[in-house]
Design a protein around this ligand. Structure first.
Ligand SMILES: C[S@@+](CC[C@H](N)C(=O)[O-])C[C@H]1O[C@@H](n2cnc3c(N)ncnc32)[C@H](O)[C@@H]1O
Length: 303
């Protein structure tokens, strides 16, 4: 189903989620430790590098990038003005460049950047292979592209909700898209938040190098600039139910993560550096209490 793997649906999803994203949602699934571990693959080894952050959202990954690269050399691209407004408000990102745009049709010339980074955005791209070919196209020969995304859950119930929500590719698909796009020297890291205790991997950071100039060798035909979608009454109704049901499927993962955190509450943290210790913030504790209250109310009502 993948109700949110569509540009319009994702736009509306983030129209609302951007309000809660930084405080409630993002810290549960994409932590500073995961980000810093992933960014190592991008080889941000010179402050003068020019970097594009695609699907930059509220700028959480960009905050990691500007630890290594001058903010004035970082270009943030996202299709959601609401997410981007939050990133623009962050003082550390005030010198970055911001441009609304589509990951599958980037508004840049060939061979433009030294590095490409995209974190947690591929899930919403209708044509993920095209997005990865765009990563290839916009970096210079010798440049590196890093893509970070979730992996398909191993449990049947997890897969059911994930599949109703958006794209959770397999390890094999990520590798195949990178190889077909023409990347060489492909490197992979597996990442997970500390609350996630399952055996199966949670997320992947995959990076590859571009050797030759120009478009991806996997780009069989010229890039087609997509027409803006026409809005009819039928499509508006479809959009409404898809965003509603897709959001509900996605929100199931929030209590799952909050309870994962609760179970970790008394786990030893001494070996974890202070900046990477994962704790629930005030807003999340409040959300957890509301969820517990609702569950208790439901049980009381039923019995
Ligand atoms: C989960 S957020 C990740 C944000 C950010 N990278 C971070 O690390 O927190 C996904 C972002 O991808 C953006 N997005 C989804 N589809 C996109 C597309 N086709 N082109 C550009 N951005 C897109 C969304 O608007 C959203 O801001």
């Amino acid at each position: 189903m993948r109700l949110m793997q569509h540009k319009k649906e994702a736009w509306w999803f983030y129209r609302f989620l951007s309000v809660f994203y930084d405080k409630y949602v993002n810290p549960l699934f994409w932590t500073p430790q995961m980000r810093d571990q992933s960014l190592q693959l991008a080889r941000l080894d010179d402050p003068g590098l020019h970097v594009v952050d695609v699907g930059s959202g509220t700028g959480f990954t960009t905050l990691g990038i500007v630890q290594f690269v001058k903010a004035s050399h970082v270009y943030c691209v996202d299709q959601s003005p609401h997410q981007m407004a939050k990133a623009k408000d962050k003082p550390e990102l005030s010198d970055c460049h911001f441009q609304l745009g589509d990951a599958e049709n980037l508004p840049f010339d060939n061979d433009h950047f030294d590095r490409y980074v995209s974190a947690g955005s591929i899930e919403y791209w209708p044509n993920p292979d095209q997005g990865i070919r765009e990563a290839y196209r916009v970096i210079k020969p010798g440049g590196v592209a890093l893509l970070i995304g979730p992996l398909e859950p191993d449990s049947r119930i997890g897969r059911f909700f994930a599949d109703a929500w958006m794209l959770f590719p397999s390890d094999r698909e990520y590798r195949q898209w990178f190889e077909e796009a023409g990347f060489t020297d492909i490197q992979v890291e597996y990442i997970r938040p500390q609350w996630y205790r399952r055996k199966a991997e949670y997320g992947i950071a995959i990076a590859g190098k571009k050797l030759d100039p120009g478009v991806s060798p996997g780009q069989a035909t010229a890039r087609v600039i997509p027409e803006p979608e026409k809005m009819t009454l039928g499509r508006a109704l479809q959009l409404f139910w898809r965003v509603l049901i897709g959001s509900l499927a996605g929100f199931i993962f929030i209590p799952a993560a909050l309870f994962g955190y609760l179970l970790r509450l008394f786990a030893p943290q001494e070996n974890i550096p202070e900046q990477y210790r994962e704790r629930l913030n005030f807003h999340q504790i409040l959300a957890l209490l509301v969820i517990i209250g609702l569950l208790a109310g439901l049980i009381w009502y039923i019995f």
